[in-house]
Design a protein around this ligand. Sequence first.
Ligand code: SAM
Length: 308
Amino acid sequence: MGKSSKDKRDVYYRLAKEEGWRARSAFKLLQINEDFNIFDGVKKVVDLCAAPGSWSQVLARKLRVGNAKDDDVKIVAVDLQAMAPIPGVVQIQGDITKTSTANEIIQHFEGEHADLVVCDGAPDVTGLHDIDEYIQAQLLLAALNITTHVLKKGGNFIAKIFRGKDVSLLYSQLKIFFPLVSVFKPRSSRNSSIEAFVVCQNYSPPDGYIPNMANPLLDHHYDLDYNNLTGPNRVIVPFLACGDLSGFDSDRTYPLQLPGRQYEYHAPTQSPINPPYQEACQLRRTDKLSKPEDKLAKPEDKLAKPAD
Ligand code: SAM
């Protein structure tokens, strides 16, 4: 393939190099700003999932103009990956799902909160659309969560979203915190991609909301933390345990002979009609289940076996 073939195929890729952006995604943020003026009056901004840094470059070029090329403007970029330095951008190599990362951001703002949070986060794509959409949705929720720690009331939040089949649930979650949520597809984002960007304006958390990044599955401090939460921070739904102690315990092993019941083996009522493992079972039965190394071996390797 020729050196310039990608330049020909992808005009934004070519323009990014011409204009000195580290990635073509720079144009997405520039185009979001053209429509929503998200940089107006912004002095403190957080770029979540920032590497290799084209969005941070845009922020630096747009916000640190004229007299403001000083401490007036603070840009903090966060990513799991290290990224090459950008003048005027403070980098945190960290995970956006961690409270420690939120605290570090606030430290850089000397205890103050951001005017704007942007997030172009993307997990490594698996190619399995349902899984990719699910992981992207989880990353967006993690970005929203850390944003509730670091964004000032009235601030804006921009994030990448995959418009998959369950996207309206995400919109509803964003609407809890932002009265105005729009979805924007920049021209530089390929039509073939389900990627778009949510522009969430005027951060207004529910009254009494306390940001919290605890994960009940991983952090086992239920008694200490969760039971002390009140108001909008604690949602309680009725928990109903059905039956009583006279029923069988589904976690216990019982002897085959139960009091008052004669044991007799019964085949399962309905076996699976077309189980996915059927073909493998058949191949194994006939010894045709090939081993990976047999498949990979080239025909000439099989023929020319060197003499010992
Ligand atoms: N906006 C960037 C730019 O313009 O150069 C491109 C961002 S790239 C599409 C997505 C980034 O998300 C990757 O660098 C990846 O490391 C980062 N990422 C994914 N999960 C993350 C997490 N939990 N915490 C921090 N960064 C994360």
